[in-house]
Design a protein around this ligand. Structure first.
Ligand SMILES: [Zn+2]
Length: 349
């Protein structure tokens, strides 16, 4: 098994090198699309960000174009636009492991909220390293915040708390916060899992994930997460409902198509739709472990509109279930992606 992991590490390193080379080449070609911090501040104001806003930000930094000053200038622009009473929050999620076999929890990986890098991108990682930020202690879904309500948003988001593993997003909604997505299409990342949690869809399927972490007393402990992730391929379709309600603002941040919307409305509307019709959460991929297991465990077959052949045929359902049982008991299938992303995060610093 360790040989396989070594190969994966090599593969992810070479992928990240290729991507970095591509990134720098790409930036050389986009000098004419050069932006400054003030350009970003103007763009943020134009899309509707204002002083005192509490923002959950998710982005693809490279989609902005060439920004003078890099990620730090972007973070400064966010802070200056929302100061003095605003807050910026980003996801700083970290690795987790399938727990179906004890040995699959990586003994070398121990989450420490003070030092463990995130795989969620360059800007979250740079923000995490800034002075004055607060990072929540959840060993898998930590968020990092800076600004007036940073303490409030991150407080209580800890291991084994028996509350939503994405609770900072509900807190953000309660204080009238907004969600800003930059250059990631209509994937309202991170907060979408809170909507799934509120709809009761996140704890139906094992695998349950685990990770080692440093607890309050400095000891190594194990956190077991029962509600993690979930397929999100169709959630962007639900954004259409919000667009029709007129609550989604669109604009450009640098070169990136971006959207801004109220967190509370997003959570209320999306969770309500998912609760009413869980099939809205199902993608059409025959190999999607999450969706195929969800429809089987919730026995949704009678409520799926225009079901596919694999949702109608009893024999095929049984075959998929057998394949999924194998996948659920073999962790290599569940965290390969995170290893690659982590390597990317490390290479970017
Ligand atoms: Zn799916």
């Amino acid at each position: 098994m360790s040989k396989i992991y070594a190969c994966l590490d090599k593969l992810s390193t070479s992928i990240s090198n290729t991507l970095l080379n591509f990134k720098s080449e790409n930036r050389k070609n986009t000098q004419e699309n050069k932006f400054t911090k003030n350009d970003i501040i103007n763009d943020l104001e134009n899309i509707g960000v204002s002083k005192g806003d509490h923002l959950a930000v998710a982005l693809s930094f490279k989609s902005i174009g060439y920004l003078e000053g890099g990620p730090d200038a972007f973070i400064d622009a966010l802070i200056e636009t929302t100061d003095p009473n605003g807050t910026i929050m980003v996801p700083t999620f970290t690795r987790h492991f399938c727990i179906h076999k004890n040995k699959s929890i990586n003994v070398d990986f121990v989450f420490d909220y003070r030092s463990t890098p995130t795989y969620t991108g360059l800007v979250p990682e740079i923000l995490r390293r800034r002075k004055g930020v607060v990072r929540s202690r959840h060993p898998i879904n930590s968020v990092t915040a800076i600004g007036k309500l940073a303490d409030y948003l991150t407080d209580g988001h800890v291991a084994n708390a028996g509350i939503s593993p994405f609770i900072p997003y509900s807190k953000l909604a309660e204080i009238g916060g907004k969600v800003l997505c930059i250059g990631i299409g209509e994937r309202i990342v991170a907060i979408r899992h809170e909507a799934q949690y509120l709809a009761g869809l996140l704890d139906i399927i094992p695998p349950r994930f685990g990770v080692k972490y440093i607890d309050d007393r400095g000891r190594i402990a194990i956190h077991i997460e029962r509600a993690t992730g979930g397929c999100t391929k169709r959630l962007p379709e639900l954004l259409m409902v919000l667009r029709k309600m007129g609550v989604v603002r669109s604009g450009k941040i640098g070169m990136a198509n971006s959207i801004l919307l109220p967190a509370k409305i997003f959570l209320n509307v999306t969770a309500k739709l998912l609760r009413k019709d869980p099939t809205l959460n199902l993608c059409n991929s025959i190999t999607c472990l999450w969706c195929r297991e969800l429809e089987r465990r919730m026995n949704l077959y009678n409520s799926i509109r225009n079901p596919k052949f694999y949702q109608k045929n009893r024999l095929v359902i049984e075959v998929i279930a057998a394949v999924n049982r194998f996948r659920l008991s073999n962790p290599i299938f569940t965290y390969t992606k995170n290893r690659i992303l982590l390597n990317l995060a490390r290479r970017n610093i």
